[in-house]
Design a protein around this ligand. Structure first.
Ligand SMILES: C[S@@+](CC[C@H](N)C(=O)[O-])C[C@H]1O[C@@H](n2cnc3c(N)ncnc32)[C@H](O)[C@@H]1O
Length: 241
């Protein structure tokens, strides 16, 4: 069975063994279709990254074997860090990228301080998570990022639903495909705002890269009247002459 024809039921456990990590590394993008998909997906991710300053510190969560971590290094980000729940996957990543620091961490409980990265990425995870876990992860990404969050969703439309009916495979070939309204709900619950959306091979796949930003907290501004120097305020209070 082709890798992406199956649905992962327990994503925290699925990639934990050395055998599974080596299998992912060798076979995930092994066949011609997957290689073509990877090419387009990575080109799309690079487009989504154009708006981000290269001088910053960026985290690749759910980094797996380091595919996107390597892309971030290649894009020239000043400091790139990786994290994943699976040490087996990160052992492969470390083999390719010995200069990079990797941390074992669940995306819903990240061991980093608030605002400790300029941007945070999460590719290839959200489509494996139910709504509550997705929101828990998105909140963590928002918490540790100063501003930017870039994530991937499996967002299905009429084409994927029809495809699913014909092939008998789950829509988008993922465990938790979403519709647009669910994305909006997730973002609202996580304090994130969509800035731009980049589709990967639409409508053949439901894969979409979202460039997000943290909602800025509204700071109560002193009223214009109160901010005036005292003598000018007195002048204003006396009304027109
Ligand atoms: C499909 S792989 C994607 C890897 C990489 N981002 C890529 O695109 O090649 C999914 C990764 O998510 C990790 N993962 C699953 N559940 C996780 C969680 N709760 N927190 C952090 N990582 C998780 C897995 O260990 C695996 O490495």
């Amino acid at each position: 069975m082709r890798y992406n024809a199956q649905v992962v039921d327990a994503p925290r456990e699925y990639w934990q063994t050395e055998a599974q990590a080596e299998h992912y590394e060798r076979n995930r993008f092994g066949d011609p279709w997957s290689r073509a998909y990877r090419f387009v997906e990575e080109r799309t991710i690079r487009r989504a990254l154009r708006a981000l300053a290269r001088s910053g510190r960026i985290l690749d969560t759910a980094c797996g074997t380091g595919r996107i971590t390597a892309l971030l290094v290649d894009e020239g980000f000043a400091e790139v860090v990786g994290s994943d729940v699976s040490t087996a996957m990160m052992a492969v990543a470390k083999r390719h990228l010995p200069q990079i620091e990797f941390f074992q961490a669940d995306a819903t409980r990240l061991p980093f301080d608030e605002n400790s990265f300029d941007a945070v990425m999460c590719i290839g995870l959200l489509m494996h998570l139910d709504a509550a876990t997705r929101v828990a992860a998105l909140r963590e990404l928002a918490r540790i990022s100063r501003r930017h969050v870039v994530v991937q969703y499996g967002c299905v439309g009429a084409f994927q639903r029809l495809q699913s009916r014909v092939t008998g495979r789950p829509a988008g070939s993922v465990r938790y495909p979403v519709v647009d309204a669910e994305i909006h709900q997730d973002l609202e619950r996580s304090g994130l705002q969509e800035r731009a959306r980049f589709w990967v091979l639409r409508p053949v796949t439901g894969s979409v890269i979202l460039s997000l930003a943290k909602e800025r907290r509204r700071v109560a501004r002193p009223s214009a009247r109160r901010s005036l120097p005292r003598d000018l305020a007195a002048l204003a209070a006396s009304g027109p002459r």
